[in-house]
Design a protein around this ligand. Sequence first.
Ligand SMILES: Cc1cc2nc3c(=O)[nH]c(=O)nc-3n(C[C@H](O)[C@H](O)[C@H](O)COP(=O)(O)OP(=O)(O)OC[C@H]3O[C@@H](n4cnc5c(N)ncnc54)[C@H](O)[C@@H]3O)c2cc1C
Length: 460
Amino acid sequence: MENRRRRATDRWGKAIIIGGGYAGLVTARILADHFREVAILERDLVTEETGVHPHVPQGYHAHAMLAKGAEVLEKYFPGLRGELQGAGAPVFDYGEGISFLTPAGFAPRCRTGVRIQSFTRDELERNLRRKVLKLPGVSLHPATHCEGLSMRRPGTVTGVKYRADGKPELLCMDADLVVDASGRSSALAAWLNELGQTVPAKRVVKAKITYTTMNFDRSPEDPPEFHVAKQMTFAPHIPRGGVVLAVENDRWTCSLFGYGDEVPPTDDDGYVDFAKSLGNPDLAGRLERRTHQERVYRYINVNSQWSLYHTMKDWPERLLAVGDAVCTFNPVHGQGLTVAALEADLLHRTLLQRRMHGAGLDGVSRNFQRGVARTVLAPWTLSSNSDLMWDPHQRPLAARFAHWYNRHLFEVAVRDPRVWTRFVRVINMVAPPTALFHPTVLTKVIRQAAPRRHTPPTPE
Ligand SMILES: Cc1cc2nc3c(=O)[nH]c(=O)nc-3n(C[C@H](O)[C@H](O)[C@H](O)COP(=O)(O)OP(=O)(O)OC[C@H]3O[C@@H](n4cnc5c(N)ncnc54)[C@H](O)[C@@H]3O)c2cc1C
């Protein structure tokens, strides 16, 4: 008994995280509870005070944190929401604080019970980094470019090969666990190939979308009731969309986006014209009232992609992959941050359970990647079904059905606050997608979709 209790509280030795972006930081927070040492290897020259940095180019664009993601972050970083609020990032009810233009018209303004917060990715990342670097045992190794894995025991990853500070020597750092959190540009598949592993092809969905983003000041004349104004895209007739978020320091972050050839311009006049071409005047109005603006950024998103590591029979022991290194979603659905937070939560539960049972780290990696796949599946299905509808040659039956259902669901939701609330809960990942097929919703959607009986005009 004594022995068992001791094993349950012992932490393991050393973990390495490849990449000190968002997923790397939340993973470090978890690993600090389970390892005596956690080394974050980050290729950019970041410090405790850095927010967004060069190899996180998406960080300059509007990032919405879904309610589920915020809930998980608050669990591991208690007080985070309050600190961001202190810097001026508003907290509000999704139904009350957003002017949301759906394909069927404006969403009802009603209390949904789903509370969210808007802030810049820059502020979030800086805040997380400061907190993580205060944790005992955590070290940050900036300007450190990881270039491969070492596998000194067959089938087991034992460390990471890297070059530090631009020096030519290839060094190796040993660890008991290695986590790839290197984002969309992860070279993990190539590293595994070098070690003789066969990596399955990624699942890819074309989602060419261009973001153009500008931060600007909040005018005292901006109507105070909305913290967010948004217009969603919807295949095939609404290829332009945008969002403006109230963020810290009395600013707005505005991201305009377009599918395919619809490219929001970077010049001032073109930018404002694009915003005005959207159907939501709440969005363009805030932009027109600006008196001070910051630099404009552009990001082109080509594909959504999912690396199917969970299907590998020879996936090595002591290696995990998280965040965009596993799956990148089309950003318009705002899922990436929340999925990475859920993966961190899964990691905590997995490691805690093993320590409680006095088990070692062998056997963790394959189970964990299967759990990651289960976490990714629902958001991937939601976003890829909608993206597949942009390409007339790529529309599988499931996507066509989902699209048909959503189209009628929006028609119902704009008139029915209860249905809208369910939709809000699902897109914020606090309810499963099946909530949209609850009989109370299903019957309304079917009634909406049923062809209207045509009444012949009465003769005058
Ligand atoms: C335009 C845009 C808008 C988005 N909006 C939203 C949104 O509204 N809501 C949302 O939830 N998600 C959004 N996302 C997705 C979100 O940005 C990602 O899901 C999130 O950044 C993933 O975090 P990550 O840590 O896995 O990857 P990243 O944030 O990309 O971090 C990867 C890190 O690894 C480092 N790195 C890479 N290679 C190496 C190496 N070899 N050695 C050492 N370090 C390395 C990089 O420097 C970087 O710091 C958006 C994405 C885009 C493109």
